[in-house]
Design a protein around this ligand. Structure first.
Ligand SMILES: [Zn+2]
Length: 471
């Protein structure tokens, strides 16, 4: 442990001094390559020299990704679900030539933490790994801070992306995942803006392509370590006095997002080798574009919905991993009042009173987040005092403790005879109870995770979350 921590510290010091050097620029990405990563890459590049077919794409591989959305300590500033799902769709298009298809490994997690939200390198080094899902790529979206748009922290093996840098058609996540799978920048050695020793400057004729720059022979020489629009507005000169412009199409360069469109063949071979050594990929996944669910409640045109208690319900779709639910005033999908992934078929939300809202639902699989929404329906809210049943559910169902440690007793207290079902994140039933004793259900949850507790009475039903942490 001591060794690991010391290693982390050393790498961090390197990182922070470099971050200081380049802080005057709007830096794209603060990732630095460790000696061990270079060693690994050199070994792969030697393999490519020996066997040009080494680790070339054969069939698609399905790669698990755990997404973490960070807000500040008040839970403000989350990366939006609709943008996340669009980002995953775009990412999978960009990685098709590589042979990687990313899928959501687990439910999308939310973390409320000021330091992680601000992208504090110290916080990332010290405790980002506490949130990691093993056996998956861990990607964190955060809202503010630092100069960089994205960073791969090799020591903790996590990717951090600033929300504003990953909108529609952005390539930040594509670039950072390139680092994650072992790729350096095309302008390697020039990070920070100073020229490396002349022996490390890649020549245009390819004569030193294995030992200079990124070590790939099918990526052109590149000396530009700041963001640039394509084509580069000025010329570069190599050690043989050849004047040239760098290749703007490579994701691992710092050209603008709209210039980038590809990884080179050797880069893709290196990424496949890296994934292979991690051993995480699956050979198949459910790629179906699911049909949208039928909505159950509110009924279309309902004008009497209590704004403080809006139950949304729909039918289950076979094979659905989650449902993407959106509610918008005026039906303007750019201004959403609700935009969430729901892992079962109902949720209850609060809205403003006396407005017409539109809502829509779509079903997604873990590997296909690009399905279409179903029909749009509208309902109108009213400002009403909560009814008796609603009050009961707002105030009189108690779950504690919540979060609870694995193996410890959970109490659910109700006032009405009810039936209780516990679902896991996949919507599978874990436990079922009926007839509480003295108004109480008590049980133990053996395994950590996020669960959903559904309570049904003669009058209505509701769902609450239960978080079970490591013992
Ligand atoms: Zn980078």
């Amino acid at each position: 442990m001591f060794e690991t921590n010391r290693m982390k510290r050393i790498i961090f010091l390197l990182f922070s001094s470099l971050a200081l050097v380049s802080s005057a620029q709007q830096n794209h990405c603060a990732t630095e390559f460790s000696a061990a990563q270079w060693q690994q890459l050199r070994a792969i590049q030697q393999q490519i020299d020996t066997n040009p077919e080494f680790m070339k794409k054969k069939a698609m591989q399905y790669v698990p990704v755990k997404f973490h959305i960070i807000g500040n300590s008040k839970g403000v500033g989350y990366y939006s679900i609709h943008q996340l799902l669009e980002t995953i769709c775009e990412l999978n298009q960009k990685y098709t030539p590589v042979g990687f298809h990313f899928y959501i490994a687990d439910s999308v997690s939310y973390i409320n933490d000021n330091d992680l939200y601000n992208g504090s390198a110290d916080a990332i080094w010290n405790y980002a790994s506490d949130f990691k899902l093993n056996g998956a790529v861990n990607v964190f979206f955060h809202g503010a801070g630092m100069q960089w748009c994205g960073v791969y922290f090799g020591g903790v093996d996590v990717v951090f992306i600033k929300n504003s840098c990953q909108g529609p058609n952005a390539t930040t996540l594509t670039h950072e995942l390139g680092h994650f799978f072992g790729l350096p920048h095309t302008f390697s050695g020039w990070e920070g803006g100073d020229a490396p020793p002349s022996s490390d400057i890649e020549k245009i004729d390819g004569s030193n392509c294995r030992t200079a720059g990124d070590g790939f022979c099918d990526t052109k020489a590149d000396y530009v370590s700041q963001r640039w629009s394509c084509p580069l507005p000025w010329n570069l000169t190599d050690p043989n006095n050849v004047v040239f412009k760098p290749d703007s199409s490579i994701y691992m360069s710092y050209s603008s997002d709209n210039c980038q469109s590809r990884f080179s063949t050797e880069q893709m071979q290196a990424m496949n080798s890296n994934l292979n050594s991690r051993g995480w990929a699956k050979p198949s996944a459910d790629l179906r574009s699911l049909i949208a669910p039928q909505k159950q409640f509110p009924t279309p045109g309902d004008t009497g919905i209590n704004a403080l208690h809006v139950p949304l319900k729909w039918n289950a779709v076979e094979g659905a991993f989650a449902y993407h639910v959106q509610v918008a005033r005026f039906g303007d999908w750019n201004y959403l009042n609700y935009d969430e992934l729901v892992y079962n078929t109902a949720t209850t939300i609060k809205l403003f009173g006396n407005w017409e809202y539109a809502w829509r639902v779509r079903a997604i699989t873990q590997a296909n987040t690009c399905s279409n929404f179903g029909v749009v329906d509208t309902f109108t809210t009213r400002e009403l005092p909560l009814g008796q049943t609603e009050l009961f559910f707002q105030n009189e169902v108690q779950i504690y403790p919540n979060p609870v440690r694995a193996g410890e007793q959970v109490l659910v207290r109700t006032k009405e005879p009810s039936q209780l079902t516990i679902f896991n994140e996949l919507g599978q039933t874990e436990m079922e109870f009926s007839n509480p004793i003295n108004g109480e259900f008590s049980f133990e949850m053996p395994c950590p995770g996020l669960y959903f507790i559904a309570l049904k009475t003669a009058h209505t039903s509701m769902v609450k979350r239960l978080l079970v942490t490591q013992n």
